[in-house]
Design a protein around this ligand. Structure first.
Ligand code: NAD
Length: 368
């Protein structure tokens, strides 16, 4: 009897439903080839959920997510739900809510430079070729969740001693939060090239000094994994100077946020980048890009990030390494054969190899 997985699909808004349809094609192809069943159910999130229920993250969606083995999300948001009216629900609230409710403390973003696309990166091809970095970002602590306030009319806070505004955010971490994310980075490195860079700002921040101490303790438990420490300012520079030195990078929330967007430059387009958010329970897989309202409904969105999100889901939640590898290889082979969506096509791409969203989904499914 084969494996069976319950998958909660959240297509969301804009290009979300268009790219999700391609991910579903790939799931069907995996089902046909491997001894596995995917029981897929759709639920509402973001703008689509606001329109139907008045809230971006309805309780039914949370229940459906919790009951599933994995959640596959596309993207949320769009101008329709950015009215600026005070108190109006915002589509992105759905994203924060699902991450929080599922306790997703680790965000994994692999950045891979595909050989046929190296010329599409703004960096020199020789620098980008072969780069393969996994950024592991802490997702539920640090500056974005610490104590904060903003006050107005505070004496002396304005220019020339006048009253003015005063605001603060605090970077807070508990030891266990550092331990679990660093440990995850080491475990992941064992399945890759066995090197972890822990990125902090230990020359300036007390939180970072604690981070370093905890990370060193974990590193001692993994003598088979090479451990390096890097200050975040230097890490930002090294990523652009010599990305090949990196395998797994682990960092706290804010630094990880910034470094993962910087690293995205190594891939040719936002449409190529997938991510996984892992925690204690159900994990969430989604492309890095948003709902791209500028191209929604035109059938030209790149579905590869969504399809690579399926790859990550099979790898981490379903433990189907062979099927995950097959998806990654199918994407590589389609690119090698010269097929492109509009965002990754260049002047040398023949017109008959520029595919729309559905045709790219079909092509990858065919190569699987
Ligand atoms: P975006 O990622 O949606 O788009 C940025 C640019 O990249 C656009 O030009 C878009 O056309 C292009 N692009 C994005 N994905 C693409 C794809 N798959 N194929 C081809 N081109 C692609 O970011 P944005 O324009 O800043 O935001 C649009 C909306 O998405 C906003 O409402 C924003 O809040 C939301 N958003 C959602 C998420 C998410 O759901 N995780 C992430 C980022 C932004």
């Amino acid at each position: 009897m084969g494996k069976s997985f319950k998958i909660c699909l959240l297509p969301g808004d804009g290009i979300g439903p268009e790219v999700m349809a391609q991910a579903v094609k790939v799931l069907r192809a995996v089902k046909a080839r491997y001894d596995v069943t995917f029981e897929c159910g759709e639920a509402l999130i973001g703008g689509a959920a606001i329109d139907a229920t008045g809230t971006a993250f309805p309780p039914e969606t949370l229940a459906a997510a919790r009951e599933s083995d994995a959640v596959l999300l596309a993207a949320v948001g769009g101008p329709k739900w950015e009215t600026g009216e005070p108190g109006a629900p915002r589509a992105e609230e759905g994203l924060f809510a699902i991450r929080k409710e599922l306790g997703l403390y680790a965000n994994l973003r692999p950045v891979h430079a595909y050989a046929p696309l190296v010329d599409a990166s703004p960096l020199k091809p020789e620098l980008v070729r072969g780069a393969d970095v996994l950024i592991v970002r802490e997702l539920t602590g640090g500056l974005y969740f610490g104590k904060r306030d903003r006050a107005y009319g505070v004496p002396g806070a304005g220019p020339n001693g006048a009253p003015g505004q005063y605001a603060y955010d605090t970077m807070e971490y508990a030891e266990y939060e550092v331990e679990r994310i660093v440990r995850m980075a080491f475990e992941l490195a064992r399945g890759r090239r066995s090197r972890v860079h822990s990125v902090d700002k230990a020359n300036a921040l007390g939180v970072s000094r604690m981070w370093r101490e905890v990370a060193r303790g974990i590193a001692a438990e993994y003598p088979d994994v090479e451990f390096r420490e890097l200050l975040v300012d230097n890490a930002a520079m090294q990523l652009m100077l010599d990305p090949h030195q990196f395998d797994v990078i682990v960092s706290e929330n804010t630094f990880g946020d910034i470094l993962s967007d910087e690293a995205a430059v190594l891939s040719a387009s936002l449409g190529m980048l997938a991510s996984a958010s892992l925690g204690e329970g159900t994990a969430l897989y989604e492309p890095v890009h948003g709902s791209a309202p500028d191209i929604a409904g035109r059938g030209i969105a790149n579905p590869i990030a969504q399809i690579l999100s399926v790859e990550m889901m099979l790898r981490y939640s379903c433990k189907m390494q062979e099927a995950a590898d097959a998806i990654a290889q199918a994407v590589e082979r389609v690119l090698d054969a010269g097929y492109r969506t509009a965002d990754i096509a260049d002047a040398h791409t023949p017109a008959n190899k520029v595919l729309g969203t559905a045709a790219m989904g079909d092509k990858i499914t065919e190569y699987l």
